[in-house]
Design a binder for this molecule. Structure first.
Ligand SMILES: O=C(O)CCC(=O)C(=O)O
Length: 237
């Protein structure tokens, strides 16, 4: 049992984040909390019926819901903290906000973090195509912290990143499978695969090209994501 949390966010890691557009951290919360989060996560997914399409659209402005009849799916649930506010009182959430603040060089009180659930079910988890988060219209978040609750592997859908892609602006994207966006003409020869243990995390910039493979394995891949932006400072005339 590992109860110590040892994320290392020294200046060297900050430089790596800004050079490559992403960072991989071994661990941002405790074993006990991961176990507790799994319980809440499963409850959120089980209660998905309570998230009517209208409510989801209201919460996020867009939706990606399970498709029927044997198609691959990526379960995406925005803002579960509105239904389970205890998610905000976690080491996971507090550490993520602290990491975001450190990387963005602002006080933690200036960070707004919204949680997302991303589940790739066993056997039929859909791929997330190459994209930049900032390519989505209306996107205001600067970075995302992505933490799996199961071992995330290349086979079940850990994230892949293109180092330095955040430095080249927003690439052209086109609609993908009716609900998302795919970046066009991505050169994946330099892609870096980031497998993670449960409770580890990747942090990526909103301009960093990233991707995850479909999950055809026997195990689900659960991930919690915090999407972070900085509160505008009030202008004092
Ligand atoms: O969880 C996944 O597989 C994809 C997540 C992702 O692409 C994102 O958070 O932008």
């Amino acid at each position: 049992m590992q109860d110590r949390v040892s994320f290392d966010i020294q200046d060297e890691r900050v430089n790596i984040f800004w050079q490559q557009g992403f960072l991989s951290l071994d661990r941002i919360t405790t074993d006990d909390e991961i176990e507790w989060l799994r319980g809440i996560y499963d409850e959120i997914v089980a209660q998905m019926a309570g998230y009517s399409p209208a409510k989801i659209a209201l919460l996020a402005g867009r939706q990606q819901l399970p498709l029927a009849d044997g198609k691959e799916i990526l379960v995406w649930i925005p803002s579960p903290e509105l239904v389970f506010p205890q998610l905000l009182d976690t080491r996971f959430y507090r550490n993520a906000i602290e990491i975001a603040a450190h990387l963005l060089d602002v006080e933690p009180t200036k960070i707004v973090g919204r949680i997302r659930v991303y589940l790739k079910p066993a056997h039929c988890g859909a791929e997330m195509p190459w994209h930049q988060d900032a390519a989505y219209p209306g996107s205001v978040d600067l970075l995302k912290i992505w933490m799996p609750l199961d071992p995330a592997t290349p086979e079940n859908g850990c994230l892949h990143f293109i180092p330095g892609s955040h430095l080249r602006g927003i690439e052209p994207h086109r609609p993908y499978e009716g609900s998302g966006l795919i970046a066009e003409g991505v050169d994946t020869s330099q892609a870096v695969v980031c497998p993670l243990p449960p409770g580890g995390a990747t942090v990526h910039h909103c301009h960093t090209l990233h991707y995850s493979r479909p999950n055809h394995t026997d195990s689900q891949r659960r991930a919690l994501v915090i999407s972070c932006r900085v509160i505008e400072s009030e202008s004092i005339e």
